[in-house]
Design a protein around this ligand. Sequence first.
Ligand code: ZN
Length: 239
Amino acid sequence: MGSSFRLFRIFGIDIKLHLTFALLPLFLGVFYYKDYGLWVGLRAVVLVLLVFVCVLAHELSHSLVAKKYGIRVPEITLYPIGGVASMQRIPRASRQEFTISIVGPISNFVIALLLFFPLYVLLGKENLFSPSLESWPRTFANVFWINPLLGIFNLIPAFPMDGGRILRSLLASRMNYVNATRISVFVGHIFAILFVLLGIWTKHWMLVLIAVFIYLSASNEERMVFYEDNKNRPVPPGG
Ligand code: ZN
């Protein structure tokens, strides 16, 4: 992809930053600087970079488990709304898909657990439970809270979230893969529609945008699976 650039390489995986993610700290920094001054602007930039580390840890956990199953993971690209580990294939074995998918959210819960006591001691209870950009301790408090949020958000059973894949793998262990995908895509569409309505109701336009993205991604997953399924189907004699 031309609009992303390589940051570094770890475990044989290229870590790339999409241009939009690279612009995010700059954009937020300037936005907060203009309204709240230099320090808040600076804290916004630092926070984006720390979130970037958490998202990267999440994607790396998917990638390392995938590699354990012999799946090639050439690169991870970080976008403003999350990371994407480009895997050479998504395993159809339901157990593998389940493990690869669930390890991402689990990694965020583990990070939160590991951070809790050190941050509790270093920042103090008062700051840890009042995350904001008001002071440096409260800025670092955000890092604790962002992890369970990332974990829960990714567990929403809608493609392309991990929850969508977890749901499909659970269904695929008791029915065929295409039907499991069809049902998961249907559930994903329901969630997307609910998010659109919620977004319009609360005037959170970002949520509407994300919901549209979820809807399209779910449809795309269905199309891909059907396409592969037809491709692999033996050609009937004379046809
Ligand atoms: Zn994930």
